[in-house]
Design a protein around this ligand. Structure first.
Ligand code: SER
Length: 871
């Protein structure tokens, strides 16, 4: 049986039991700030468990892309050392949303494992939570698992939580005895369960979700009980394919083969194969996370990618692969996984480009970093120590980009520890920064005390067609400052998909509420309002949006779609939306592209969008199935969560996207489109900011005013403005040069006045004077001229430029030779006295300082200073 067949059998098994198939969510969680990566199949259903969202169907089944490298669930250390932990893995799962509970969950798991997949019953072990007698009994009565194979465990093993906060509950796991040396646990094999014993592997976790853990750590009962199960596909496949290791299954062998062929080193399933395994694991994690919109960077999620990539790159070195190689593995990963996750196929080139550029930048420092590392190991050994200092670890991190876990791992291979505490102290400021970026916050829905006025349906959005509605308040949440309301029906669009929320008014005869913003919380559309006049009451209301603002927003939104299409035409199909924001004043569109756009490309994008505006195509908006939309070529944005039924927005044949936002009726409504800026915001991500409609017109008008002003000042036609300005600039440059010559001449004429002021000190002709010059260049020039005219001797000239004192010292070669007087030494002393410093050659040196008032004394003191030096 192939992995593909096993995945499908799981899904079909539960579909036959009336479960609805749900596509895997992206590994970058949608709208869940408590997680860096999707770490379990249940993440996308969190809102349903918390009852902020309603389930479309009471039962679901899927195969979820998961990453466990951070937070509560982190398997990184195990990867490659054992044969069944991964940074990226697929989780097969079935769910009940307040529907069936423990009975069916246990019964069906047993049926699939033993009836369908024929796993020998006596090899299976079921664990239950220590107090969960119910689950224990169900295993005993509903299944024919041997009685002694049902075991109880505590919180650590049998209470499952997704993170620090969130839905959670007791669980029941199914472990399998994979055989091996029977002597390992003697006649009590059950003693091996949950002990990291090589004989046992956990296959499936059935979680009985019934609590919510809040930020203070408190558990509260959820209104309903749910089932959340998860079985690691890679492990199930390994077991069913009769393999000792996940890496020996068809999910991994093509990748390992490719690594062997690139490195010329064959894979070995024992310790020697560690590098192959780590690379094979990490490249899957990188491919999926980049495909779902994450990018390597210096903090938060991006830093996790960077760490994983550097770890893999360094393992590549162990196999003699010193140049970028990881990117070459991407097509193999996609060929193994692309059928199950078709989104990968569209992004191969982009993923490769991101990985290659990150590998290249790391390899610039990797070689040198490894040398430094060897030096550190040697020094530490020589000093009789076994721990690398925090400073060394920090240096490797800071200068050579070695993530601390990479250094720890390398140190460990050499039999050394690292002083993590000292390292952490040094990292404090950087960490602060990273923490800000990944600050995990909690939505307030769970704790809020909404007052329910109308228990029926609410938050029906009618705003695609109605700017104004007669409606009623369904729920209200009052605080000192604000009144949040939820309406039965509303014309207000809640912020989503980059389009900002509507503002406007909700009123009746006795009050007027000003709507400041509209947001979505689960299934609810929440209007954040302020009492504008009257007294809050719950009589029927009229809700009306600020239509002018909405019109400006939708112009920008539709223009974003046209821009997306234009960029794909001009730059290529690799252009993918990486984020967007549309409000009433402008639009911001982030997209994947590696080069800066040329001015010609920017103009072309503007030209194409404006041409489409003039086409005045109607917005054709249709609901269809996700698969149908994809077949029709509609573009989906990976940062978005889509249901089965999607809304598509199409303008002529030009642009076709999945989108829930509000749009113009026809492109002509956009009026006019202008790109105002184009810049990089991260490696491989560029941002265009643009304006439409009135703002575009206003910006054009402002520019014309500026141009008219310039035309007036330069008495020029528009066409000649450039050449005339250039002419003026050239003229200015020439004049500046002339001024410099003149001021030098003027200064040089000073020389003739002061040359006579020199004194002979110990046989050396010494001159020290204050002069006026425009800048330090002129001071140096004057110094050179002075010594030329003095022929033999030593001169010091001082001046004040913009409030700061400067000196130049010049010495003739004969004086340097005979008297060992060097200009560099002298200015150093003078600079100190001026509260600064200086230096230079023996013939000419300069110094500057802060104390302009001291200049006079310093210049006068030169004679004594030379006298002292000459003894
Ligand atoms: N959420 C549970 C887990 O991740 C079961 O799916 O193990």
């Amino acid at each position: 049986m192939t992995s593909q067949e096993i995945r499908n059998q799981f899904i079909t098994f539960f579909q036959d039991k009336n479960h609805k198939f749900v596509r895997s969510a992206g590994v970058v969680p949608f709208d869940d700030p408590t997680l860096l990566f999707t770490n379990a199949g249940m993440n996308q259903f969190k809102g349903i468990f918390l009852e902020t969202e309603t389930a479309g169907h009471p039962r679901a089944v899927n195969s979820q892309k998961c990453i466990r490298v951070s937070g509560k669930h982190n398997d990184l250390e195990e990867v490659g050392r054992d044969t069944y932990h991964h940074t990226f893995f697929e989780m097969l799962g079935n769910w009940s949303f307040g529907d069936y509970y423990k009975t069916e969950a246990i019964q069906w798991a047993w049926e699939l494992f033993t009836d369908v997949w024929k796993i020998p019953k006596d090899k299976l072990y079921a664990t239950v939570y220590k107090d969960d007698d119910e689950a224990f009994e169900l295993w005993e009565t509903l299944t024919d698992i041997p009685r002694e194979n049902i075991l109880r465990f505590g919180n650590k093993d049998n209470f499952w939580e997704m993170g620090e906060t969130g839905p959670c509950g007791p669980c029941s796991e199914i472990h399998v005895d994979i055989g091996g040396d029977p002597a390992i646990h003697g006649s009590h094999p059950e003693l091996g369960v949950n002990t990291d014993s090589p004989r046992f592997m956990e296959l499936w976790n059935l979680v009985f979700i019934q609590y919510f853990r809040d930020q203070s750590g408190e558990l509260t009962e959820l209104p309903n009980k749910h089932v959340d199960t998860g079985a690691g596909l890679e492990r199930v496949v390994a077991y069913l394919q009769g393999k000792d290791s996940n890496y020996d299954t068809d999910l991994f062998t093509p990748i390992l083969d490719e690594i062997s062929s690139l490195s010329g080193i064959a894979y070995e399933p024992d310790e020697k194969g560690m590098a192959h395994r780590v690379i094979a694991d990490h490249i899957r994690m990188l491919t999926f996370s980049i495909s779902d919109g994450a990018l390597p960077s210096n903090d938060g999620r991006g830093y996790v990618l960077r760490r994983i990539l550097r770890r893999a790159a360094r393992y590549g070195r162990n196999l003699g692969m010193n140049d970028a190689f990881l990117y070459k593995l991407v097509p193999t990963v996609v060929s193994v996984m692309g059928d199950a996750y078709p989104e990968l196929n569209e992004r191969v080139a982009f993923i490769q480009k991101v990985i290659k550029s990150e590998e290249d930048s790391f390899s610039q420092t990797l070689g040198r970093g490894l040398q430094i590392f060897s030096g550190i190991i040697k020094d530490t050994k020589a000093a009789g120590q076994t721990t690398l200092s925090g400073q060394d670890v920090f240096k490797l991190y800071d200068t050579f980009g070695f993530p601390v876990d990479l250094t720890s791992l390398m140190a460990d291979e050499e039999g050394f520890d690292v002083d993590l505490e000292a390292f952490e102290n040094l990292m404090k400021s950087q960490r602060e920064k990273a923490r800000e970026a990944t600050q995990l916050k909690q939505t307030h829905t769970q704790d809020s005390q909404w007052e329910i006025l109308n228990a029926g349906a609410h938050s029906e959005f009618l705003g695609y067609t109605h700017p104004k509605l007669d409606t009623s308040i369904a729920q209200v949440l009052k605080s000192d400052k604000n009144i949040d309301v939820i309406l039965t029906q509303t014309p207000f669009y809640a912020e989503s998909g980059g389009q900002v929320g509507d503002t406007g008014r909700i009123y009746n005869a006795k009050m007027e509420l000003e709507v400041l913003d509209t947001r979505r919380e689960g299934d609810s559309i929440v209007h954040a309002t302020k009492l504008f006049s009257g007294e809050f009451n719950t009589d029927p209301v009229i809700a009306v949006i600020d239509s002018q603002r909405r019109k400006a927003i939708v112009r920008n939104h539709s223009a974003t779609h046209l821009l997306n299409a234009a960029l794909r035409k001009i730059l290529g199909d690799h252009v993918k939306q990486a984020g967007s924001l549309v409000d009433a004043t402008h639009l911001r569109f982030d997209f994947n592209h590696f080069e800066k756009m040329t001015p010609a490309e920017i103009s072309e994008a503007e030209r194409l969008v404006n041409a489409e505006i003039r086409e005045n195509n109607f917005a054709s908006i249709r609901n269809m199935s996700f698969d149908e939309a994809k077949t029709e070529g509609a573009l989906a944005f990976f940062g978005e969560k889509y249901g089965d039924e999607v809304r598509t927005v199409k303008f002529g044949e030009y642009s076709h996207e999945l989108c829930g936002g509000v749009h113009v009726q026809a492109t002509g409504d956009i009026g006019f489109f202008r790109i105002e800026s184009e810049a990089a915001i991260a490696a491989g991500v560029r941002r265009i900011e643009a304006v439409t409609g009135k703002v575009a017109e206003e910006n054009a008008r402002l520019e014309r005013e500026t141009i008219n002003q310039l035309r007036h000042l330069l008495t020029s036609d528009v066409e000649d403005l450039g050449s005339k300005t250039q002419h003026l600039l050239d003229e200015k440059k020439a004049l500046e040069k002339q001024v410099k010559v003149l001021s030098f001449d003027q200064a040089a004429s000073i020389l003739s006045d002061i040359l006579g002021n020199s004194k002979s000190i110990g046989g050396v002709n010494v001159l020290s004077e204050i002069v006026e010059v425009p800048d330090t260049e002129a001071l140096k020039d004057l110094g050179s001229e002075l010594i030329r005219q003095m022929k033999s001797g030593l001169g010091v000239l001082g001046t004040v430029i913009e409030g700061s004192p400067y000196v130049v010292c010049v010495v003739s070669d004969d004086v340097i030779a005979q008297h060992k007087l060097k200009a560099g030494d002298i200015v150093r002393e003078l600079g100190q006295k001026l509260g600064g410093g200086g230096g230079g050659k023996p013939q000419l040196a300069t110094a500057g300082g802060k104390d302009a008032a001291a200049l006079k004394t310093v210049i006068a003191g030169v004679f004594d200073l030379i006298g002292d030096r000459l003894g």
